[in-house]
Each structure stands twice: as structure tokens, then as C-alpha cells.
Design a protein around this ligand. Structure first.
Ligand SMILES: NC(=O)C1=CN([C@@H]2O[C@H](COP(=O)(O)OP(=O)(O)OC[C@H]3O[C@@H](n4cnc5c(N)ncnc54)[C@H](O)[C@@H]3O)[C@@H](O)[C@H]2O)[C@@H](O)CC1
Ligand SMILES: Nc1ncnc2c1ncn2[C@@H]1O[C@H](COP(=O)(O)OP(=O)(O)O)[C@@H](O)[C@H]1O
Ligand SMILES: [K+]
Length: 507
């Protein structure tokens, strides 16, 4: 499934109508009918509905809905917020058609009394005020009506294409917006469904196909198993551990040994053949006592002096197929030189997480080094803010934009974590991830994700498939691990959920 911007929606509209030759009224009739069907499938018996109608094409869909509800025996109040003489042609056509079935109330400048009493009495509110054509702040009287609608707690509210007041591309709210219980959107989902705070306003939502055609492939996709499930096949009976890669995890400073343990445990759960954990000198004894399958080494901050016990010597002599740098890494004198030296030596994919990201944020010129390894970085919004020298709030308000720009400017694959994790590729493509659960909002779940990405990279899965698969299944493991109180879910339970979740998507 792709996701479309308003610009792409306009192009899709133009191409379908002007080039393909399907009249705009056909699309509008299909759009309005699809919303009506959604309403009727929820309420099979006739009810009382208010259809709030704007002066654009979103309002055009509203006239179609009002007519079909009347024809289905509903008691419909159609309220137009604007001048009927200024409706665009397609909307005008359905305004005229509707008037054979019901009357229209036009919101007058004198007040909202009539609308208020209708709102108090209604069972269903249809929001056909503004869709993808909304601009800037809400104007009078729409702003007042939005406020009144949100005060009607008894009625069920359905938004046509998008709740009024939500910006489709940014998810921002124009002062206020309609809190919909359900949204029916046309052709493709919009960014607002995956961004804060817009996603909180759309309620449950569905996409309906109305016969439109987009001449170019959109740049944003929604993550789904068909993008990567071919990489998740069952093992041959002749398998041996050497076929499933060797992942090196570098991190685990004092007090943060758990981070490498969790990444390592996740990597084994995702099928890696061998996992080596390497921690600062002095920590290896405690770690050895705490792990079973993983091999344990140590490293020191002046490791770039390549004697035989150094990390760089071992990187050359061992066959690692992917490297994770960062879980519980900590900060230390010489970190910049240390990380630069490592990055110059590794040829296999490297995942930069946690403090490796913080080191990079303080020393961005590290990316100017001659680095052969493909780089993947997995920042949470705070780390992304450090990389960009901005605030976490700024990142949260422009998640899609910042992820795309940073991936394009650095050549790294960026996994910007959060409720809807965004994966941005250096060529400008983006994938937004729908799976996940607030149960994952807990220290340690990021380490599990890093281990999962590392696991599939180590096994030779392509970078794109490995990242998309790991992010999706990590979210599913979060969902799956909630069997009682969501706040009580432990990292052990998330790790234990990986088996059933992987099983579900393996073929
Ligand atoms: N793209 C498509 O393929 C189709 C689009 N359709 C509908 O058309 C909609 C887009 O239609 P339009 O481009 O006409 O845009 P809208 O109907 O979303 O909004 C434009 C109207 O709202 C007013 N307006 C804009 N910003 C405002 C603000 N801040 N405060 C108050 N009034 C404001 C404008 O003056 C104009 O009258 C979609 O959301 C969808 O519902 C459907 O009819 C079917 C086909
Ligand atoms: N509300 C949420 N909904 C879905 N996923 C979430 C939510 N909160 C956190 N996550 C996921 O949990 C993980 C947390 O990672 P991170 O913040 O780096 O934690 P840590 O590094 O402490 O383990 C990320 O993959 C993130 O997408
Ligand atoms: K709407």
C-alpha cells in the first residue's frame, strides 16, 4: 500500500479526469457512495444524521452521502457552510440532485442556534467540510462548528477523506480539528494518519478505491509483509550455523551490559548463526556469567592500535557478516577516533544505535571518512534531534521530512523510531510502519530492534528487507506480548513473542 501527499492526490485527480477521461462526478458519486456504505454497514437501521458540507469537493461528497442516506430512509439534515452560488461544478451537480430528496440549511451569519439544536439531536455526524484542499487556519464559521461537533459526545462522527482541521501532509491541526470516530479516505492513506497529532483525530479508518489512477509511483509506502516475506523462509534440513551469519555487537559499558545482552538475545531469536558481544575491558567477566549462547570479547577506547587483542585486529581476522555499534556503548575519551577507525575497517552492513549515534551527532565529519560499509542508523526522536542539532519537538513535528532529508544527505538508511516508525532511504523513498504498541515504550525495546535488524543483515538478507522486516515484526512482537496489563510487559516477553510472530509470517 502506498501513501499519497495532497500534491499527488491533485495529480491523480487531474490525470484520471483529464487524461483517462473519467468524469469528476463519477469519482464523486463513488466516493460518496463508499462513505454511505460504511455508515450503513455500521447502522443497518435508519438513524438521524447531520451532514456538514463545505464549499469544495469534499462538500461535493457530502451531497452524495446526504442523498443516499435519504434514499435509505434516514432522517437527514444537510447543513451547508457557505454560499450555494459558489459551489464548484461537480459539487453543484450533487447539490441539485440532493434537493430532490431533502432540504438544505445554510449556516447564517446571525448564529448557530439551529445547527446547535440539530447537533444535540443527531445520532450520526458526517464531516464533509474540508478534505485535502484545506489551507492555513480554520476560518469562520467552520472553526465554531468544529468546536460544537467535538462537544457532541453522543453522536458517532465519520470524516470524509480526512477530519476537518487536520493537515493531510503534516498531521498538524489547524488550531482545532474534528475528532472523528471513523474516517473513510479515498484512493490512498495520507501522512496525517501516521503523524502526531493528526493520527489521534482520524479514529479507525479505511481506504476505499474510487477508480482513480496515479501516473507515477508514490515515494512513500506503508510497511507490510509482502515487501519482505520472501526473505523469511524455513530452514533447510541440511542447515548448519555457518549458513546463518555472524553478528558482532559492540557496546555494553558499565551499568549497560543489559543493552548488548538484549540485542544479542534478539539476534539469536531471529535466527543468527553466531553472535559475539564485545564490551569494554573489565566488563567481560560479568557478561560471560550472564549469557549462554553468545561469545564475549572486550575492547578498549584506544583500540585503533591494532595489536592482536584489539577489536580492529579481530574485525579483520573473524568473518562477521554484520556489525551493531552502540547499545550501552557509553561515551569515552577518544570515542571519535575509535569510531572512525572502526567504520573505516568494516565492509559489512553496520547499524549505528544509541551512543554510536550520539558520537556521530557530536562529530558529524565522521561521515566524510572513507566508509565502505552500508550504514543504517536507528535514532529515537531525541537522538535524531541531536544529529540535526534541533529539538525533539521539532523532529516530532516534521518526522517524515527530517527522516527523508537526513537519509538523502548522509546516504544512510534512517530508522526514525516511534509510534509509527519511519524508514527513509538515501534515494528519497520512505516506508512508514503501522505495527507497534505503547507496551514497547520502555528501555530495552530499542536494543531488541537493533538486534533484529542485525540478525537479518548478518544472514544476508538485503538491507531494505532486513530493516522493514525487523521494524514490522518488532512492532508485532510488542502487540503480541500484551496478554495482560500493557505497562507490565517486559523485554523478556517481547523476546519470547518473536518466535510466534516470525512463525506467523514465515512461509
Ligand atoms: N482527488 C480525488 O480524486 C477526489 C477528491 N474528492 C474530494 O475532494 C476533496 C478535495 O476537494 P477540494 O480540493 O475542492 O478541497 P476541499 O473541499 O477539501 O476544500 C476546499 C474548500 O474549502 C475552503 N477552505 C480551504 N481551507 C479552508 C480553511 N482553512 N477554512 C475554511 N475554509 C477553507 C476553500 O475555500 C474551498 O471552498 C477530497 O478531500 C475529497 O473529499 C472526491 O470528490 C473524489 C475524487
Ligand atoms: N508508543 C509506541 N508505539 C509503538 N512503538 C513504540 C512506542 N514507543 C516506543 N516504541 C518502539 O520501541 C522502541 C524504543 O526504542 P528506544 O527509544 O531506542 O529505546 P531503548 O533504546 O531504550 O531500548 C522503538 O522501536 C520504538 O519504535
Ligand atoms: K472532511
Amino acid at each position: 500500500m502506498y501513501l499519497c501527499t495532497t500534491e499527488e492526490m491533485r495529480e491523480l485527480d487531474r490525470y484520471t479526469i483529464e487524461t483517462i477521461g473519467i468524469p469528476g462526478t463519477v469519482l464523486m458519486e463513488r466516493a460518496g457512495l463508499a462513505v454511505t456504505q460504511a455508515i450503513l454497514s455500521r447502522f443497518p437501521l435508519p438513524k438521524r444524521a447531520i451532514v456538514l458540507i463545505g464549499t469544495g469537493n469534499n462538500g461535493g461528497d457530502g451531497w452524495v452521502i446526504a442523498r443516499h442516506l435519504c434514499q435509505s430512509g434516514w432522517e437527514v439534515k444537510a447543513w451547508l457552510l457557505g454560499d450555494p452560488s459558489k459551489l464548484p461544478a461537480d459539487a453543484r451537480c450533487f447539490y441539485d440532485a440532493y434537493r430532490h430528496f431533502g432540504s438544505v440549511s445554510v449556516l447564517s451569519a446571525q448564529g448557530m442556534d439551529g445547527l446547535e439544536s440539530d447537533l444535540e439531536d443527531t445520532e450520526v455526524i458526517v464531516d464533509a467540510l474540508l478534505g485535502t484542499g484545506a489551507k492555513d487556519g480554520l476560518r469562520f464559521p467552520i472553526d465554531q462548528v468544529v468546536q460544537k461537533v467535538n462537544q457532541c459526545h453522543r453522536a458517532w462522527t465519520i470524516a470524509v477523506d480526512l477530519p476537518t482541521g487536520v493537515n493531510a501532509d503534516t498531521g498538524k491541526v489547524m488550531d482545532q480539528a474534528i475528532y472523528a470516530d471513523y474516517t473513510v479516505t479515498f484512493a490512498y492513506p495520507k501522512w496525517a494518519f501516521y503523524l502526531y497529532p493528526g493520527a489521534d483525530y482520524v479514529g479507525d479508518w479505511d481506504v476505499v478505491e474510487i477508480g482513480t489512477v496515479l501516473p507515477v509511483t508514490p515515494k512513500v509506502q506503508v510497511n507490510r509483509p509482502s515487501l519482505w516475506d520472501k526473505a523469511l523462509c524455513h530452514r533447510s534440513p541440511w542447515s548448519h550455523k555457518g549458513r546463518f551469519g555472524h553478528l558482532l555487537v559492540i557496546g555494553g559499558a558499565d551499568g549497560m551490559l543489559g543493552a548488548v545482552r538484549m540485542a544479542g538475545a534478539a539476534a539469536y531469536r531471529c535466527g543468527t548463526g553466531k553472535v559475539t558481544l564485545t564490551v569494554p575491558q573489565g566488563n567481560e567477566q560479568s557478561l560471560k556469567g550472564a549469557v549462554m549462547q553468545e561469545m564475549v570479547w572486550s575492547w578498549s577506547g584506544d583500540d585503533y592500535f591494532a595489536d592482536e587483542s584489539s577489536l580492529s585486529y579481530r574485525l579483520r581476522s573473524e568473518q562477521f557478516s554484520a556489525v551493531v555499534i552502540g547499545p550501552g556503548l557509553g561515551r569515552f575519551p577518544g570515542e571519535e577516533k575509535w569510531l572512525g577507525h572502526l567504520l573505516e575497517q568494516i565492509e559489512h552492513p553496520v547499524i549505528l544505535d544509541a551512543d554510536a549515534i550520539n558520537i556521530l551527532a557530536d562529530h558529524p565529519h565522521l561521515l566524510d571518512l572513507k566508509i565502505a560499509a552500508p550504514l543504517i542508523c536507528t535514532p529515537h526522536p531525541g537522538e535524531m534531534a541531536r544529529l540535526l542539532r534541533t529539538t525533539t519537538q521539532d523532529v516530532e513535528q516534521r518526522r517524515n521530512e527530517v527522516a527523508r532529508e537526513y537519509a538523502m544527505s548522509t546516504g544512510m538508511v534512517v530508522v526514525l523510531k516511534g509510534r509509527f516508525t519511519i524508514i527513509a532511504f538515501p534515494d528519497g523513498r520512505q516506508v512508514v510502519n503501522p505495527s507497534g504498541h505503547p507496551a514497547l515504550a520502555k528501555a530495552g525495546s530499542g536494543d531488541v530492534l537493533t538486534g533484529m535488524i542485525g540478525a537479518w543483515l548478518a544472514q544476508g538478507v538485503s538491507i531494505e528487507e532486513a530493516v522493514l522486516m525487523a521494524v514490522y515484526l518488532h512492532g508485532k512482537a510488542g502487540e503480541h506480548s500484551v496478554t495482560s496489563a500493557e505497562q507490565s510487559v517486559s523485554v523478556d516477553e517481547i523476546l519470547a513473542a518473536l518466535g510466534p510472530v516470525i512463525q506467523q509470517y514465515s512461509f
